[in-house]
Design a binder for this molecule. Structure first.
Ligand code: T1G
Length: 708
């Protein structure tokens, strides 16, 4: 046995334990270790049955994703797991998989090749491969419909969400829930099976659930995949593979699955989604701020402002079980804010996301008030007042007198200078930006903005807190608009200029929607409120260096068209908030073009995408070389979790690498020629393009430098 897999015995039962922390992935040596343990059990007359269990916190969480890169770059030939699984299934002695934590991907596929599956109540099982742009590759699409039925299997494989142990039991995917100690329960189960003398069932031979017409399930799955995973190819492949299980033999179905798996594995989408998988874990690692950095314990929180953002932020704390005070200046505004919170929770209860009891518990953790009472006990205070520097400094000045020493003082500003806000206090080292995204209780991104005085302790506390609030925390520097909005400004600028140049508002949005953005830029502006950017432009009026400015947006706001909230912006909105193209706005854009000598022409979707997305990439490169983002992957994670950038394109910087930085750079130079300094190429983009390097190379060099 290897240290990755051990075999022990409890009387006549052999216990195979996988020890490959942190998640018992099927790294090289693990499948081999399991197979040889099973062989030993087969040959040992003393042993009558076998159990597979995970050491540590979980069962097998799947194939080792790090190995995929080696497979697609030819560094390692991908060995199929299928032969191992047949060895298990063909064992004449009953084999039981004992599941705790997560049996995901190859882990569930291994478990389904075992004759029986038992699970602890909190266990989860799933085929999340589509979230990595691939499909199950070890007969999961063939065994799961045989065990759990076609409808459940196609949903699990096409969407990739895990299911609970109780639901798995309901669908026949697991055979028993074990209360208490899992291993002793599994051994007792094994003895029960031995006593029953039952022939070990092989899931590959259980065709009874495949019978019948499943066309409705496949149609529903295709529709759902189109809605929830628009633009992605893996969900369609997963559905095709499960469908093959209903029309082919097990062996042929596995061949079909393997074919589709290979197609997905070598597709750019899976490379991008695997980049995002590891990126979401890497952004939590801050050079110089290790696991040994002290953190402040957050037991009580306070939020200033019960508006859209303040309310959402307070909900995050209550959702995490942290008592939170929410303060508003007037009772009327406070009541409005609390009513919105209650409405949001009630919607979730209605949708069955959680029970009324959970809602009541969360509402009870939120204390609404119009005073600062209790703020002196808060471990963290988050300011979410109106986006004006004077008001924010006034509030931080007040907090400086009230908050206890050691309390974290966070601002939810989306653009304002954190150092200037901190200068209103006597403890700038405790001040940090916690930039949530609207709706704050839904959006996963938390842009954490370090000021020049912010302490490592406060940064480490914020990164850990992000995880606790179920957010993806990304640390950025304190420049105007930080990372997300600074880049977004360039993207929105280009979208508007394209409108002035004749591209057409619906065309600009359609091009980016087809590209995969959750929503087109102009519709996004209307949703967020055009007045937000307008106020910021007015706040920064003194250093506006943009010759053209955003005249159409300014004129729309001057005429009270702030977007959805006023029923009109770039579009008009009907009573169901459906966007209706408005020729008046096109006329306004034409007028602005005439007034500013801008020539108008037909502009195709490719140029629309290049102008907007390359503006993101070029600004991202400037942010990297100025050090306001730690890695290119951090920018990718910000855009995917905060700005609706398609994860299957990997984020703007990864997308740049996929297109090829030489091509991006050359195009940026052309735009620079045509449109002047707004398109000044970032020196880093130039350097990488000329050296045929990528942003991924840039990150690799940064990692190496940080590792010293
Ligand atoms: N391979 C390699 N590393 C993995 C891994 C995996 N499958 N899963 C996690 N890690 C690393 C992760 O990068 C992190 O590293 C550490 O483990 C802890 O993870 C044949 C082809 C299991 C729910 O998609 O969903 O099987 O940052 O921070 O929040 O058909 O990890 O510490 O250096 O996420 O407690 C299918 C992926 C693979 C599951 C635990 N399986 N993992 O969450 O910890 S494809 C998956 C997860 C497959 C077969 C196909 C989660 C988790 P580091 P973590 P966590």
């Amino acid at each position: 046995m290897s240290e990755l897999v051990s075999l022990t015995r409890d009387g006549e039962v052999g216990i195979i334990t996988v020890n490959n922390p942190p998640v018992n992935a099927l790294s090289p040596g693990v499948p081999e270790g399991i197979a040889s343990a099973i062989e030993t059990i087969q040959k040992d007359d003393q042993l009558k049955a076998g159990i597979l269990i995970g050491g540590g916190r979980t069962f097998i969480a799947g194939a080792d994703i790090r190995e995929f890169g080696k497979m697609t770059s030819g560094l390692r030939r991908g060995g199929s797991l299928l032969p191992f699984l047949l060895t298990i299934e063909d064992s004449t002695k009953p084999m039981i998989a004992a599941i705790h934590g997560t049996a995901f991907g190859g882990g569930l596929e291994f478990a389904m090749a075992f004759h029986y599956r038992v699970a602890s109540p909190s266990a989860q099982v799933g085929q999340p491969e589509v979230k990595l742009g691939i499909i199950p590759g070890a007969a999961g699409t063939q065994r799961l419909p045989r065990l759990g039925g076609v409808a459940k299997a196609v949903e699990m494989c096409a969407i990739g969400d895990p299911i609970s142990a109780s639901e798995a039991l309901k669908h026949g995917i697991v055979d028993r829930i074990i209360e208490g100690d899992l291993l002793s329960g599994a051994v007792a189960f094994a003895r029960e099976v031995l006593a029953s003398g039952a022939q070990p069932p092989k899931s590959r031979e259980r065709d009874e659930k495949l019978a019948g017409d499943h066309s409705a399930s496949f149609a529903a799955a295709r529709e759902q995949a189109q809605k929830r995973m628009r633009g992605q190819s893996a969900p369609r492949a997963a559905i095709d593979a499960v469908e093959a299980a209903t029309t082919m033999s097990f062996e042929d179905g596995c061949k079909k699955e393997a074919e589709l798996f290979q197609q997905c594995l070598f597709d750019n989408q899976s490379k991008a989604l695997i980049h995002v998988f590891f990126g979401e874990r890497e952004v939590g690692k801050i050079p110089g701020i290790g696991k040994d950095t002290a953190t402040i314990e957050i037991r009580k929180a306070a939020v200033i402002g019960a508006g859209t953002m303040g309310g959402g932020i307070a909900m995050n704390y209550a959702n995490a079980g942290i008592p939170v005070i929410i303060r508003e200046v007037s009772q009327e505004a406070l009541d409005r804010g609390v009513a919105t919170i209650a409405k949001n929770y009630a919607n979730s209860v209605k949708k069955g996301r959680f029970s009324q009891e959970v809602m009541d518990r969360r509402m009870a953790l939120i204390t609404p008030q119009t005073t600062y009472q209790g703020f002196e006990d808060a471990d963290i205070v988050v300011e979410a007042v109106f986006e004006g520097m004077d008001l924010k400094k006034q509030v931080f000045g007040e907090l400086d007198k009230i908050c206890k020493p050691g309390a974290v003082m966070a601002s939810n500003t989306s653009t304002l200078n954190i150092d200037e806000i901190a200068s209103a206090t006597s403890r700038p080292q405790m001040v940090i930006g916690h930039h949530f995204f609207s709706p704050a209780n839904v959006m996963r991104l938390l842009e954490i903005v370090r000021g020049k005085a912010t302490s490592n302790e406060v940064i480490a506390t914020s990164m850990a807190l992000a995880k606790r609030l179920k957010k993806v925390g990304v640390l950025v520097g304190n420049c105007r608009g930080f990372v997300g909005n600074r880049m977004f400004h360039q993207y929105m600028r280009e979208a508007q200029y394209l409108v002035e140049e004749g591209a057409g508002i619906p065309n600009v949005d359609a091009a980016l929607y087809e590209f995969g953005m959750a929503m087109g830029p102009l519709a996004t502006g209307d949703l967020a409120g055009l007045d937000v950017g307008w106020r910021i432009r007015k706040e920064y009026k003194d250093d506006q260096n943009e010759t053209r400015g955003l005249k159409v947006a300014d004129r729309l706001c001057e005429s009270g068209r702030y977007g959805q909230k006023t029923g009109a912006g770039y579009y008009r909105y009907d009573e169901n908030r459906r966007a209706i193209p408005d020729p008046d706005v096109e006329k306004l854009a034409e007028q602005v073009a005439v007034e500013n000598g801008i020539s108008r022409r037909t502009i195709g979707p490719d140029e629309i995408v290049e102008r907007t997305i390359y503006a993101l990439i070029n600004e991202g490169a400037k942010i990297l070389e100025e050090g306001f983002a730690l890695r290119a992957v951090d920018i990718d994670i910000i855009y995917i979790n905060g700005y609706g950038f398609p994860a299957w394109r990997g984020g703007p910087m990864w997308y740049g690498d996929t297109v090829g930085l030489k091509k991006v750079y050359d195009r940026v130079c052309e735009f620079h020629e045509q449109m002047g300094e707004l398109w000044t190429p970032a020196p880093l983009l130039k350097q990488l393009a000329e050296h045929e390097k990528t942003f991924a190379d840039f990150d690799k060099e940064k990692r190496a430098a940080a590792a010293g």
